[in-house]
Structure formats: C-alpha cells, structure tokens
Design a protein around this ligand. Structure first.
Ligand SMILES: [Zn+2]
Length: 82
C-alpha cells in the first residue's frame, strides 16, 4: 500500500490578460484601445478620448503592447514630419 496523497495543492494559474488600454500620446488619457484582428493581420488602435486612431499590421506573435509601441512610433514620426 502506497502512501496516498490526498491533499493536493491546487495551484491556480491566474491567466493575466495583458492590458489593452494604453495612454494616448496625443491627449494623455488612459483611453487607447487596441483591437487585435488576428485573422486580418491588423490591429485597430483608437483613443476613446480624442479619437486618434491608426491601423497597425501585426504578426501572429504580436501582442497589444507591441502594437502600442508601433502606434507610438508612428505617431511621433507623423508629428515630426509635419
Ligand atoms: Zn487621445
């Protein structure tokens, strides 16, 4: 008879969803939403406060935070060229 281990520690894995609300580079509000449209290979980025929006191409490995980074880069590239 082996030892029975009845008490198993239940390790609950909390799946942390990455935040999909980011700070807007234009108005500074924490209102930028990123919608990942993986089937289409794009992400829609939109600020719920000032309406700033962009469409970013994504790869299957892209995460919202990557999209946000690209969005920021594009935003600053745009304002610098104006
Ligand atoms: Zn904004």
């Amino acid at each position: 008879m082996g030892r029975r281990r009845r008490r198993r520690k239940v390790v609950r894995r909390v799946v942390r969803r990455l935040p999909t609300i980011f700070e807007c580079p234009s108005c500074g509000a924490q209102a930028v939403r990123i919608e990942m449209k993986r089937e289409e290979g794009i992400a829609i980025v939109q600020c719920g406060s000032c309406g700033l929006s962009d469409t970013i191409k994504i790869t299957p490995l892209s995460e919202p935070v990557d999209v946000y980074g690209e969005f920021i880069d594009r935003y600053y590239a745009t304002i610098e060229s104006e």
